[in-house]
Design a binder for this molecule. Sequence first.
Ligand code: NAP
Length: 285
Amino acid sequence: MDISATTNIYGIFGHPVSHSLSPIMHNRAFEGLGLDCVYLGFDIEPGSLTSAVNAIKTLNLKGINITIPHKEAMVNQLDDLTEPVILTGAVNTIKNENGRLVGYNTDVPGVMRAIKEEFNFDPQYKNAFIVGAGGASRAVIAGMCLNGARQIVIANRTLSKADILKKRFTDQYQNVVFSTVSLNDQEKIKRLLPESNIIVNASSAGMVDIPPLELPLETVPKDCPVYDLVYNPIVSPLVRQAREFGLKAESGLGMLLYQGVEAFEIWTGKKAPVDSMREVLLGSR
Ligand code: NAP
């Protein structure tokens, strides 16, 4: 990659940001298409967000990904918001359109594209059982709603947070039936799981150093896929357990890939080199 005075600069704002796989994924994609672009990591402390946003304009940065802890705070800093940002209250991609900063949430199409590819799953008129009530869960719920899901159960360790999400999405999607359950309420979960057409773990449970979920998977219909957003470890405890029960199960590398693919395509207007982006992610594990 030859960097010159005319190279277009992209990057990611986060705190911390050193663990991010986005730089290697996007730089491989830019190289693959021979684009004069580079992607860097920027460690932005929460108190510096506004000056970092100003820097996007001042330095003419072309596109920025946003990660923890800035996804929510960034929403109020932009000139234009797309529908998934309004639905989720979170932004993970900014495009600099001649000085106008437009916010996108590519986690939403990213997770739906991953689920479609892994399981050929179409959410229309389906029942989804979603674990977690944080930012990732909002992206999954928004994706399910935008794609016509009929019923959504939000299961969370802290029930009150699931109830807040239920209210948020019920206000916006009156045709979808929402319910909530505490992860401690195994009896209610045993009644709900057999009705599910897909199970998605959007909680941190099962990540390295975080205890895994204890779901009664024996009650899950055999044609119900299990998608775990956790990708570290690459075969998560939930994925391993679900496969032992004969269920189709995949972990979240596909979502990571496709949120990046969607961002790349928004920024460049070109079709992303998906295979080489996937290869670089797999090679990093
Ligand atoms: P977040 O906003 O901090 O929310 C964390 C969620 O996990 C909360 O619902 C929390 O429950 C729950 N949780 C934490 N520890 C738990 C435990 N031991 N048992 C049960 N539930 C637990 O985080 P996030 O941004 O939503 O991310 C959640 C997960 O998704 C992370 O593992 C992240 O790496 C993954 N993720 C993956 C992708 C991808 O591209 N594949 C994208 C985004 C996120 P409480 O409400 O009770 O605290």
